[in-house]
Design a binder for this molecule. Structure first.
Ligand SMILES: Nc1ncnc2c1ncn2[C@@H]1O[C@H](COP(=O)(O)OP(=O)(O)OP(=O)(O)O)[C@@H](O)[C@H]1O
Ligand SMILES: [Mg+2]
Length: 443
């Protein structure tokens, strides 16, 4: 009989873009789950689900794949099924509670639970024991949340998805607090720290006292000075890139032909395709929902009336071929390049579409200026409400994929000086900290 520890200390970070799982050992060491891909092994599992229809023995079945295998199956498929990204961002929506795929209705909880089941199976395989409980991360503010009730609604749905995936019980912890515990494990003294966790969907902040002294005397409510957060991060930056570089090539600034032909131009210009279609194009998690008969009909008639029908044709192709993933990749490539260089090339080619542009980092920073200001305001509000001056913060720890963006780092360097800003474990610090938290609460 294998000997199971009754309750392994498991932390699960179900992220908007990437997920990871960690186990904290009794000696404080943390082990991350590795996920195999076709070419390598990774500790961050893409939070994507791919559903496709297959004919087997005369019967039609819907097969689901998650993480790296979702992407591999999607790319290999001749007839594309549905690739669904950024599912965590739907959790606050009371109107979009599910979707129909190949004639079958799925709730958002069902879709998320498919990803969670596979994460759990990978963890059980690696750790060799059943995983029925976990400490799970949640953002301070979910994408789309305006009130605490909206957040509670999202947490409740996330809990349901975990239970659906076979977990018996989950406890939630704020994602930036989890990142603080991961950072704390590197400390040999106590500090007042500000955490900034910048992911795909949300930016989250916590201000708290951590360190070996705090841990050994026992944490108290006073150690946490405050949390704040906002439902924008990497996906919102991507939306700006799509708006500036991609949508115009797909007709967002094009008009109906009657406008171009009329000698006495009408006072109001009629756009060829409705603006809401481009708004959905900017959001990864809405893009795959554009593949409906209704949208196809709207676009077909827009193409017939458009001054630049080839642009609408390219948009139809993008939606029909479900090229959201390729578009996401092109945008990510640009963003990552711009994190390292002053300028980078954007290219997105497919069939009739060929978009190439050189983008300077300064341009990109201009496009995301509103988002950067919102982040600044959120950080400043946390300091003010906690009655802490920037000079009193010993260290700032920035984590999450979007913390690579130089303009995001600059916000903290300007307030706290570069010498006090630390970065690291961008994709795994939340899961590590959640596992440490699980160990602490079960001790
Ligand atoms: N080098 C980079 N420069 C800029 N952005 C990056 C870089 N690497 C990753 N990103 C962005 O980081 C985001 C993903 O980060 P991360 O995995 O931390 O998010 P997440 O945990 O899934 O999301 P959330 O915490 O919001 O639920 C994506 O928007 C991705 O494009
Ligand atoms: Mg995250």
């Amino acid at each position: 009989m294998p000997s199971y520890s009754t309750n392994p200390s498991i932390g699960i970070d179900f992220g908007t873009t990437n997920s990871s799982i960690a186990l904290a050992r009794a000696n404080g060491a943390v082990e991350l789950v590795s996920f195999p891909t076709a070419t390598a092994v990774t500790e961050s599992f893409r939070s994507v689900l791919y559903l496709e229809q297959r004919k087997q023995a005369g019967r039609t079945q819907i097969k689901g794949f998650t993480g790296p295998s979702a992407i591999e199956h999607y790319l290999d498929a001749e007839h594309k099924g549905r690739l669904i990204q950024s599912l965590k961002s739907y959790l606050t929506s009371r109107t979009l509670t599910g979707t129909e795929v190949f004639g079958r209705r799925y709730t958002i909880e069902d879709l998320i639970s498919r990803i969670l089941s596979d994460l759990r199976a990978n963890a059980e395989r690696q750790f060799g024991e059943p995983i029925l409980r976990a400490t799970v991360g949640r953002p301070v503010r979910f994408v789309g949340a305006e009130t605490d009730e909206d957040d509670a609604f999202a947490v409740d749905r996330l809990r349901k998805a975990f239970l659906h995936a076979g977990f018996e019980a989950v406890q939630f912890e704020m994602e930036p607090i989890a990142a603080a515990y991961a950072y704390e494990s590197t400390l040999d003294h106590d500090e007042l720290i500000l955490i900034g966790d910048f992911g795909g969907g949300t930016s989250d902040f916590s201000l708290l006292h951590v360190g070996p002294g705090v841990r050994s005397r026992g944490r108290t409510a006073k150690d946490l000075l405050g949390n704040s957060g906002l439902g924008l991060a990497g996906d919102s930056f991507d939306a700006r890139i799509v708006r500036k570089l991609v949508s115009p090539a797909l007709g967002s600034n094009s008009f109906e032909r009657s406008y171009a032909l009329a000698s006495d131009r009408p006072a109001s210009i009629i756009p060829a395709a409705p603006a809401w279609i481009y708004a959905n194009l900017e959001r990864w998690h809405y893009l795959s929902f554009l593949k409906t008969r209704n949208v196809a009909e709207i676009l077909k008639s827009a193409r017939a009336r458009a001054q630049e029908p080839e642009k609408i044709e390219a948009l139809i192709n993008l939606i029909e071929e479900d090229l959201g993933y390729q578009l996401h990749q092109a945008v990510q490539r640009l963003k990552i390049e711009l994190s390292h260089h002053d300028s980078a090339e954007f290219w997105f080619r497919d069939g009739s579409m060929d978009i190439v542009a050189t983008v300077r980092r300064a341009d990109f920073e201009g496009w995301i200026a509103d988002e950067l200001r919102s982040i600044e305001r959120c950080v400043d509000a946390l300091l003010t409400s906690s009655n802490i001056k920037p000079g009193e913060v010993d260290r700032v720890f920035l984590t999450g994929g979007t913390s690579f963006v130089p303009a995001v780092r600059k916000i903290f360097e300007a307030r706290f000086t570069a010498a006090r800003v630390r970065t690291g474990n961008e994709f795994t610090s939340v899961a590590r900290g959640l596992a440490l938290r699980a160990a602490e609460t079960s001790a």
